[in-house]
Design a protein around this ligand. Structure first.
Ligand SMILES: O=C(O)c1ccccc1N[C@@H]1O[C@H](COP(=O)(O)O)[C@@H](O)[C@H]1O
Length: 241
């Protein structure tokens, strides 16, 4: 059985590494310089960095130059999210040398474009399925964007390689992951799933790791690391077997 991949998160708002609660604008706790945060996760042994431009996701500007600098400074694999919604933003994201990008709003609002870029870029494209219940949310998680399972079926049929599944109700809350949601998505697709939202403890990571045989490939860890609930070294050790 392969091990669960861990993706420590660096979410950037107004030039700072932050964590939000339920993805709500204004709920930020700041954790300083994004590059230093990313380098710290790399030094601690991360194989992946989950890097998000929150301003681009919310439509309150962007941190594109800074995000590109962080991505280019990493020796590890980087996935980029936030505001990647057209050819220009996709080209800029891929030009950073990132391993893949996550599309959110675009998958809900411009499905033809998303089908086109999936066909062009294959597994460099993942789709972020950000859900409340089973309703997808876009535009900084402020607007409903359709049914999770209908959208998943469409994206599967278009060849989407991977999904990043976030339970918005859990995100940034340290209340534990939504294992039922992850099981449901894994049952509905044969594509790998990256879990996001709610991780609070090493036991949460071990619980997500039990879903590897069902299709969960990785877990994004944010607040728990910044709040020092455990270290990244401990987390990597917890999911190493
Ligand atoms: O990660 C967050 O906390 C977050 C909060 C609010 C909105 C988006 C968030 N992150 C990720 O950004 C992309 C969506 O961006 P877009 O819709 O494509 O512009 C998605 O991966 C979210 O998980």
């Amino acid at each position: 059985m392969s091990k669960l991949e861990l993706l420590p998160a660096v979410d950037v708002r107004d030039g700072q590494a932050v964590r939000l609660v339920h993805g709500e604008s204004g709920s930020e706790t700041s954790y300083g310089d994004p590059l230093q945060a990313a380098l710290a996760w790399q030094r601690a042994g991360a194989e992946w960095l989950h890097l998000v431009d929150l301003d681009a996701a919310f439509g309150t500007g962007d941190n594109r130059a800074q995000i590109a600098e962080v991505a280019r400074s990493m020796d590890i694999k980087v996935e980029l999210s936030g505001g990647i919604r057209d050819d220009a933003s996709l080209e800029a994201a891929l030009a950073t040398g990132c391993k893949r990008v996550n599309l959110g709003t675009a998958a809900l609002e411009t499905p033809e474009w998303v089908a086109k870029v999936i066909a062009e870029h294959g597994d460099k494209i993942a789709v972020g399925l950000d859900v409340r219940g089973t309703t997808l949310r876009g535009r900084g998680w402020t607007r409903d964007g359709g049914d999770l399972y209908e959208t998943l079926a469409r994206l599967d049929s278009e060849g989407c390689a991977r999904y990043v599944v976030t339970d918005i109700n859990k995100d940034g809350t340290l209340q534990g992951p939504n294992l039922e949601l992850l099981r449901g998505v894994c049952a509905a697709t044969d594509r790998p799933v990256v879990a996001s939202g709610g991780v609070s403890s090493l036991d949460d990571l071990r619980a997500i790791a039990t879903l590897v045989p069902e299709g969960v490939e990785g877990a994004i860890v944010g607040k728990a690391l910044y709040a020092k609930a455990f270290t990244l070294e401990e987390a990597l050790e917890a999911v190493s077997s």
